[in-house]
Design a protein around this ligand. Structure first.
Ligand code: G3H
Length: 541
């Protein structure tokens, strides 16, 4: 069977889905977590259609897998009221708790979360079409991230549990929470990237409003009770519905102190400027990227293709860190394209639960049309799809397209495709990719493939000042999570890593006193009698 024939029958019939991966029933998310209570919602609901279609007599169709509330401004503001009340201008139970007590709540949550692994993994597959392996990886990586965050906070707390005496002044310096954090993750890592901001925000003593992404909402349902039962009322609150309805009023209230958002810079700008006092708002943003790969003439082409395939097509290219444009030296371009085309043909394509699958159905409505539009536009300016069956569409499925030669007149040259289309440009002079990167609106990462240390060194020095991570003979990626993850220009605001995130969601505050007899006695007594959670030399092992 050739690729096109295989793609025409890619979707299973309803009875062809293995029993262990079937959705046992639709997920009806009919409540919102507000002030520690699951409030029943009786208003309009949004239907969730899976990108995983089932084949029927009239062709493939998307299955209904659940519903979630379409809240109005009023309910969104109630969630905000609950978060503000729990924070109580920094005087609430949660922001004044000891670090050890907050850690215990987060650990309790992680323990409850682990029990929901299979439900969340199944929903990741059905809601966003992520492969079983990657869905499991997303879940496990998130649980690990929580554990690492706890360890990083213990370390931070140990360092801050000592007094500093400088120029006759005694000080104790710690990190304190900022207030109410609004956390919004993206659809491609709905669990991991939401929790990568939510967990550090919480553990540092902020109260939180969680708004799930547009796709990837139901997978939070199995975790809602764990939130309710692990944290004091109002510390975690959920908001569902259309972002444009529920989010602007929250920002316009001026009562959101931290905006943690992964999405487009356009949306982030609108949200930040909706805040009446933008200078009061701490923003932690993960935005667009168009990470280039540069393949030098002496590169190990098999390695470069392997890394560029993983970099550009893992989870269908729907990663903010994906390689989204490849510059190949003209001398090796033909060989690179031949190897790359062959590697695409060998990629596992199918349903998320199928072993070895990489290319799966796409969750965004209209995405196939958008990607096909990019190919049409490229064709107008001389860009051909060079791989077998590239760009073949069957309902929500889009077979990867390798496009060559790409030039600056094409939309693919600049637009972040966020999907399985791989643009390749030939270059003669190294200035070509460098000038592209300098002129780009984005500055997240770059991958460079080559063998000559001197040539690579000559590229590293200019490139580190353009992007935030230069990968040598390796694809672009976020992990390991202890590495700083950020970007320049329109790609990010703030830095996330296990330890950087703790800083992003807190501010340094200190208690200071002149080193007089009276002050020493006061401080000693407060510490000895454990009268303050802040002014304390206790530390957690
Ligand atoms: O979508 C952006 C993610 O943060 C990328 O993470 O490089 O581990 O896939 P990753």
């Amino acid at each position: 069977m050739n690729i096109r024939e295989k793609l025409s029958t890619i979707f299973p019939t309803a009875d062809g889905i293995p029993a262990e991966f079937l959705m046992p029933a639709t997920v009806e998310q009919t409540t919102c977590l507000v002030n520690g209570e699951l409030l029943e919602w009786r208003g309009p609901m949004e239907e969730v259609l899976s990108p995983v279609c089932t084949a029927g007599p009239s062709g493939p169709s998307r299955q209904l897998i659940g519903r979630f509330p379409l809240l109005s401004e009023k309910e969104a503001l109630s969630a905000l009221d609950a978060a503000c009340e729990a924070y109580d201008s920094g005087r609430g139970k949660w922001p004044t708790m000891t670090v050890g007590e907050r850690i215990a709540c987060v650990q309790e949550f992680a323990w409850r979360m682990k029990a929901k692994r299979s439900e969340v993994v199944r929903l990741l597959m059905w809601e966003i079409g992520k492969s079983l392996k990657d869905s499991e990886k997303e879940f496990d990586r998130t649980v690990e991230y929580i554990g690492d965050t706890v360890d990083a906070l213990k370390e931070l707390d140990r360092v801050s549990s000592r007094f500093v005496i400088e120029q006759g002044i005694i000080g104790q310096i710690r990190r304190a929470p900022l207030g109410v954090a609004l956390c919004m993750g993206p659809y491609n890592y709905p669990l991991n990237e939401t929790f990568a901001t939510l967990i550090p925000a919480l553990i540092m003593g902020n109260t939180v409003i969680l708004k799930p992404p547009r796709h990837g909402v139901l997978l939070f349902t199995p975790l809602i009770e764990a939130f309710r039962d692990s944290f004091p009322p109002g510390v975690v609150n959920t908001v569902y519905g259309a972002g444009r309805t529920v989010i602007p009023p929250l920002m316009a209230s001026g009562r959101v102190d931290v905006l943690a958002f992964i999405g487009t810079s356009k949306a982030a700008d609108l949200l930040q400027t909706a805040h009446p006092k933008p200078h009061r708002l701490r923003s932690v943003l993960g935005l667009e990227a168009k990470n280039p790969a540069i393949v030098l003439p002496d590169a190990d082409l098999n390695l470069a293709v392997e890394e560029c395939i993983a970099g550009s097509l893992s989870f269908n290219g729907q990663r903010c860190t994906a390689i989204k444009i490849i510059f190949v030296h003209a001398r090796v371009a033909d060989e690179f394209l031949a190897l790359f085309s062959r590697a695409i043909s060998a990629l596992g394509c199918g349903m998320p639960w199928e072993p070895g699958v990489v290319i799966t159905p796409l969750p965004e409505p209209g995405k196939q049309e958008y990607l096909a539009g990019l190919l049409e536009d490229a064709a107008k300016f001389g860009g051909r799809v060079v791989n077998e069956a590239g760009g073949t569409v069957n309902s929500t499925f889009f077979f990867p397209a390798l496009v060559y030669p790409v030039n600056d007149r094409m939309r693919l040259y600049r637009e972040e495709q966020f999907g399985p289309v791989v643009p390749v440009l030939p270059f003669e002079e190294i200035e070509t990719p460098i000038n592209y990167i300098v002129a780009s609106d984005y500055g997240q990462q770059v991958s460079v493939f080559g063998r000559d240390p001197l040539l690579l060194a000559g590229l590293i020095d200019p490139l580190v000042n353009q992007v935030s991570r230069v990968n040598i003979n390796s694809q672009c990626q976020r992990g390991p999570d202890i590495f700083p993850f950020t970007g320049r220009k329109d790609s990010a605001v703030g830095t996330l890593s296990v330890s950087d995130a703790l800083r992003a969601f807190s501010i340094r505050t200190l208690v200071a006193a002149k080193e007089t007899g009276l002050n020493k006695e006061i401080i000693t007594r407060i510490v000895r009698e454990r009268k303050s959670n802040f002014l304390s030399t206790d530390f957690i092992l």
